[in-house]
Design a protein around this ligand. Structure first.
Ligand SMILES: [Zn+2]
Ligand SMILES: [Zn+2]
Length: 461
């Protein structure tokens, strides 16, 4: 058995958006195959709302013109509100709701809304659209087997695949559960819905569920940032565990600061550029330092994203004023900090993953070979794992000159090993404030930031 869905889009919907739904569907194998139609269609652009008759007339016409077989589903993505404000609808819904039986539409003609539902659920848009599509496909498959899906409808919802979600907010609960309640499951099984199809739908639902939880960003990000240099991993970790609100926004700004600083340190060293910090450098000052480093891959892009994202302006607006403003400030500014930061992280990917950040602690001569040891400063955990590497020649020839310094351990393609010191920009020493050994990040003069605790401290010169 194969269930084929041909995905059609309105001209105003980018092809990439539709393609991502196809990709999402293909992640779980099974009888369902979703393919993208080569060309979009257009509908009368007048008015803000699409009438159901306009939608289904277009589907019927397309099905005829493109010779879509009766067995195949034809799903149209729409990006304007639809007459009845449904997430998705089929030809049968159309006849039910609008009573227009004259149009030769049927259960395999579908429309899927692509409006922004991020106010309801963190579920990524392609997964959400796929969910709407699957719901309609399963409805039609059940109808073929003599079961009216309306019999399964829950209103209000109970966290079941068949929740109607008349109250749109219920969608979040439904996706978070991604379950089928026992009576519904028994009924489906009794009507002989294809087991492999059900399995695929459940597998897609399970993946969608992971992305629909409030803690999703934590689930997804954790493995990524745990390989990052400690100062960046710490500031990123904080964001993922903080609920939306002012505090999270401040953590986002800290992470931005942390990313820019780290990029300035690493890129300056890579370029062999002298770096002179001014007293109490501002965030704007750090961002400007990126400009002369534009030749380092990723820096130019990061600088552009930082400027376009108006992050410095936003930070000054927020923290330069004496009063804390409400959380809507950054939305009013049209700044999506999460997005700016993801882009920055992507742009700076090569710099973030340049070598491995380590603390060089000591060197030994063992049977004629030099062994360097220290701690690996990756991930947000305070317990740092040790490292030990053998050197083919004297440590100084490989950059290991002063113990106690933090730097990057670089493995060359030719098997060589080099240590690039980041001293004094990054240091590991006793924090005068909390009296623990901490990783401190330079803040001009003798001032440092204890990134883990978040306080600024002054070290004895
Ligand atoms: Zn149910
Ligand atoms: Zn401290």
């Amino acid at each position: 058995m194969t269930v084929t869905v041909r995905l059609l889009r309105l001209e105003s919907i980018p092809e990439a958006d539709a393609a991502r739904i196809v990709e999402w569907a293909a992640r779980q194998t099974g009888p369902l195959r979703v393919g993208l139609e080569p060309r979009p269609i257009s509908l009368d652009a007048s008015g803000t709302e699409l009438s159901w008759s306009a939608i289904f007339e277009a589907l019927v016409r397309y099905r005829e013109d493109a010779r879509v077989s009766e067995d195949e589903y034809l799903a149209l993505l729409i990006d304007r509100p639809n007459e009845m404000n449904w997430f998705a609808g089929s030809g049968v819904d159309f006849v039910d709701q609008c009573g227009e039986g004259s149009l030769l539409t049927h259960d395999r003609d579908l429309f899927i809304a692509t409006e922004d539902f991020s106010w309801i659920t963190p579920c990524p848009p392609p997964a959400l659209r796929l969910h709407f599509m699957l719901k309609k496909v399963i409805d039609a498959e059940l109808r073929d087997r003599g079961l009216a899906p309306e019999q399964l409808r829950h209103d209000p919802g109970v966290g079941c695949f068949f929740d109607f979600c008349w109250d749109k907010a219920e969608l979040a609960t439904k996706l978070r559960s991604s379950d089928i309640c026992p009576p519904c499951l028994r009924t489906i099984e009794a009507h002989g819905l294809d087991g492999a199809l059900l399995q695929q739908v459940v597998a897609i639902g399970e993946e969608t569920r992971r992305h629909s939880l409030t803690i999703s960003s934590y689930l997804d990000r954790a493995p990524t940032f745990q390989a990052w240099p400690f100062p960046l991993a710490v500031t990123r970790h904080r964001i993922t565990v903080e609920a939306p609100g002012l505090r999270r926004m401040l953590y986002l700004l800290d992470h931005f600061d942390s990313l820019v600083r780290y990029a300035v340190f690493v890129a300056s060293m890579q370029e062999g550029k002298q770096l002179q910090l001014e007293e109490r450098p501002s965030l704007g000052w750090w961002v400007e330092r990126l400009a002369p480093l534009k030749r380092v891959p990723g820096v130019k892009g990061a600088l552009r994203i930082a400027n376009e994202g108006k992050v410095v302006k936003l930070r000054n607006e927020l923290r330069g004023h004496g009063y804390v403003q409400h959380d809507e400030v950054y939305r009013e500014w049209g700044v999506d900090l999460d997005e700016v930061l993801s882009k920055m992280e992507d742009a700076l990917g090569d710099l973030i993953h340049r070598g491995e950040l380590v603390l060089f602690e000591n060197v030994d001569l063992d049977g004629g070979r030099y062994i360097v040891r220290g701690l690996r400063l990756t991930g947000s955990n305070l317990i740092h794992a040790p490292f030990e590497r053998a050197l083919p020649g004297p440590p100084t020839e490989h950059g290991f000159s002063t113990t106690g310094e933090i730097g990057l351990l670089l493995d060359g393609d030719d098997g060589s090993l080099t240590f690039e010191s980041l001293h004094p920009w990054l240091r590991r020493t006793r924090c005068p404030e909390c009296h623990h050994d901490r990783i401190l990040v330079a803040d001009g003069g003798d001032r440092y930031i204890d990134v883990f605790m978040g306080h600024r401290v002054e070290l004895d010169a």
